[in-house]
Design a protein around this ligand. Sequence first.
Ligand code: SAM
Length: 302
Amino acid sequence: MDDEEKLVNPKKTIEILQKYDFRFAKKFGQNFLIDPHVLEKIIRCADVTKEDCVLEIGPGIGTMTQFLAEAAREVVAVEIDSKLIPILEDTLSAYENVTVLNEDIMKVDMEEIVNDHNGGRPIKVVANLPYYITTPIIMGLLEKHVPVESITVMVQREVALRMQAEPGTKDYGALSLAVQYYCEPYLAANVPQNCFMPRPNVDSAVIHLKRFEKPPVQVEDEHLLFRLIRASFAQRRKTLVNAIANSPELSFTKEQVLAALAEQSFKPDLRGETLGLAEFAVLSDALGKIGRTEKSPDTQAD
Ligand code: SAM
C-alpha cells in the first residue's frame, strides 16, 4: 500500500473517522499520528525487520500498524476500545500478518502473547502509548520480565527526559533508575503537537529502550533495591536517612541507615537525587545485610 492510501495521510484518517462516526475517547488517551516522517523514524529506530514479531500497544485506527505490518514478520496489536475493532478489521484487511486483541494491556498475559506468537523468543514493543498509563505499561513490561528485546515508544517528552536523566539533574528520579536498571535509553526524536489528531496539550518524544541481557549492577535483593529507590524519591527534599527511615514500605531505623551509609563511606546528609544506580546497589546490599543480621535471632528461634 503506498503512503497516499495509508491512514497516515490525514485525508484517509478523516475519511475513516467519518465513515464509522468515531468520537475520540479522552479517557483512553487517543491521539492518532498523522505524520509519515515520524512513523518512518519510529520503525527505523525500532529496527523492525522481517524476522521480528512486534507487540503494538493501542493501535487506534491502525495508522502505525500498517507500517509495522509491512516491516515485520508478525504484529500483535492490543487495543482496549471495542469501538475501534471494526475499524481495524477494515483498515488492516490487506495485511495477513496482524492479530488484533480487544484487551486492556494492563490485564493481558503478555508472556502468553510472546509464547503463542514468537515461540517465547524476545519480541519488540513499538507503540504510540496512551499517556495516562505510560509508566505502568513500561514498568509492567520490565518488572514482570516479559521477554522483550527493545521498547520503542512515543511518550510525553517530559517522561522521556525522566527515563534517561542522570543523577543530580532535575528530571532524575525513581523512573530514571528503574528504566536504567533494565535498559539503555536513547531519545530518538522530539515530536511536536501538530503530528497528532487531535493535538495533545503536551510535547512528545520517541524513546528507544534497549534491554540489557544482564542489569549493569548486581544486587542480592532486587525488591529491596526498588523499595529503597522509591522511598528515596517519595520525599525528595528529605535526606536519604530520613526518607528511608520514614518510609512505610521499609522497616529500617535511622541508626541502621546511618550505619549502612558509614559502611560505604557515604556522607550522612546525602540526598537520593545525587546517587547513581551503582551507589543505590551497594546501599541496598549493606542495608539488606544489616536487616538480616538483626533478624537472625528470630529466624533461628523459628
Ligand atoms: N497507535 C495509534 C496511532 O499512533 O495513531 C493510536 C495511539 S493513541 C495515543 C493510544 C491508543 O491506545 C488508543 O487507541 C487507545 O484506545 C489505546 N489504549 C488506551 N488504553 C489502553 C489500554 N489499557 N490497553 C490497550 N490499549 C489502550
